[in-house]
Every structure is written in structure tokens, then in C-alpha cells.
Design a protein around this ligand. Structure first.
Ligand SMILES: [Zn+2]
Length: 274
């Protein structure tokens, strides 16, 4: 699932390519036909949400969920499917087009979404806040002291806590696993028993890892791609995620995969003993 670095990378690219464009046609969902004639005035991110602020006091709220990603290009409808001449758009992950938004500069903004879980809602601008009000603070803006303070109030295992969007907005399965490995904390540790030093290490590596992932334009282990259809680069940096049975880069012990809070979790049994 796209996490903060993937969603932020998407937002930055969309800002440079489709800002001030007007929707001229929508293919894929009758509920979004009302986008026609509306101009994209602002594009923002909050947690894992993308918000397109539109003319006429409207807004399009997008959550990419499991497999959604935006693509910018040109497609033609041939033999009952959308085809692109661009080779990169012919890659498997870029071919599950669910929506195409035709823009007034002749370009098309598409959403590829193999599992069709992405959610797009056309709302009044004022309704957006209501949808986002339960989200926790942005992880890149929160100060260390505030992070320690909100963590103090939480109960439960550390990994699901970090992934709880109402606690902190933006983290998911991949980066939570990588952060806990660097901080040398077992993903099932109860937050009540974390020391101040443990919590500070989590904060520190969270900042470092997310910034590095942003530099590399996100993680394309799964379906996520840049709006050009290309891959991000963070999948080449994994220390534990998706490395079951491979040797730990620090201690050579085998990386394990277990379930914590119902999610597959990778960790090193030696480096993350506590
Ligand atoms: Zn290790």
C-alpha cells in the first residue's frame, strides 16, 4: 500500500504537471462525471490521502488503498481496452486502468488499480475536513517531544501503533518494519514497556527512513509506480521487508516473517530481541 513517501511523490509530480488544468471528460465512473468543467486549483497531501481542490468549491478526495497509482500519459481505446504507445505504460502494473480523466491540454490522468480498492470521492470543499479530522499528526512535521507525548498515551504493540493513522498519519507496513529494525525493537513490543531511549530511536529512524524514501521517490515492491509509470527506488534499500530467510545485513541471522496485529511483519530475531 502506498505510504507517505509514495503519496507525497505522487502529489509533487501531479503539482508540476496537472495544476490549473481543467477536466474535460471522465471515463470509468458515472459518479465522477461531475468533474467535467472543473479546474484543479490546488493539490495537497494529508497522511495517505490526496486532495485535489477544484473550482466551484468542490474537492476530489483520493485514497490509493492497496494497489492504486496515478499515471499521466495518452491512451487510445482499441479492441475493447485502453492502449498506450508508451512502452512503460504497457508494463503489467500500469495496465489496470480504472479511471481516465481527460484534461484540457490533451493529456490524460489515469488511475491504474488492479484490485480496485482505491477510493475517489467528489465532495464539497468544506466536507474534506470532516473526512480527515480523525487523522493523527503528520509524521514529518511532528517534533520529537510531541511524538514522545502522544506515544505515552498509547497502548498495544508498537508496530500496529505506528501504523494507526489516528495516532500518526502516513506510515504503513513497509516503513514501520524498516524503522523498527533500525531502532532494534521487536515489532510486538508493548509500547508501555518502551524506554525513553527506545522511543527516541524510533522517532529518529522514522525521520531518516521516510526522508530517504522520499529522495528515492518511494517504494515499488508492489504496485506503486511514479506518474510516468517508472519505479521508485526504495525497494532496493530494504533491510528486513520482503527478505524472509535471507541473512540480516548486520548479524547474518535469518530474517523472519510473522504476523503482528494481523499483518505480515519482517524482523531479525537477533537484532530485534527486545
Ligand atoms: Zn540481525
Amino acid at each position: 500500500m502506498p505510504e507517505l513517501p509514495e503519496v507525497e511523490t505522487t502529489v509533487l509530480s501531479l503539482k508540476s504537471k496537472v495544476l490549473k488544468r481543467t477536466f474535460v471528460r471522465v471515463w470509468g465512473d458515472d459518479n465522477l462525471k461531475q468533474l467535467k468543467g472543473k479546474c484543479i486549483e490546488k493539490i495537497k497531501r494529508r497522511g495517505k490521502y490526496i486532495i485535489f481542490e477544484l473550482s466551484e468549491d468542490k474537492a476530489l478526495l483520493v485514497h490509493l488503498r492497496m494497489t492504486g497509482h496515478f499515471l499521466l500519459g495518452e491512451w487510445e481505446y482499441k479492441r475493447s481496452e485502453w492502449e498506450s504507445k508508451d512502452k512503460i505504460m504497457q508494463e503489467k502494473k500500469n495496465r489496470f486502468l480504472r479511471f481516465i480523466f481527460f484534461l484540457d491540454d490533451g493529456k490524460q490522468l489515469a488511475l491504474s488499480d488492479p484490485r480496485k480498492f482505491a477510493k475517489l470521492s467528489l465532495l464539497g470543499k468544506k466536507e474534506i475536513e470532516k473526512h480527515l479530522e480523525s487523522l493523527g499528526p503528520e509524521l514529518l512535521s511532528i517534533k520529537e517531544n510531541d511524538f514522545l507525548r502522544i506515544l505515552e498515551k498509547k497502548r498495544g504493540r508498537i508496530k500496529p501503533v505506528l501504523m494507526d493513522q489516528n495516532f500518526l498519519a502516513g506510515l504503513g507496513n513497509i516503513y514501520a518494519a524498516e524503522i523498527l529494525f533500525k531502532a532494534k525493537i521487536a515489532p510486538w513490543r508493548d509500547v508501555t514497556f518502551l524506554t525513553e531511549a527506545d522511543k527516541k530511536r524510533i522517532y529518529c529512524f522514522m525521520q531518516k527512513i521516510i526522508k530517504k524514501a522520499l529522495e528515492l521517490k518511494g517504494d515499488s515492491t508492489s504496485d506503486y509506480r511514479l506518474i510516468t509509470g517508472e519505479r521508485g527506488g526504495y525497494q532496493n534499500e530494504h533491510l528486513v521487508y520482503n527478505r524472509k530467510d535471507l541473512p540480516c545485513f548486520i548479524c547474518k541471522d535469518k530474517i523472519k516473517r510473522i504476523e503482528v496485529g494481523g499483518r505480515g511483519t519482517y524482523y531479525c530475531p537477533t537484532c530485534q530481541k527486545l
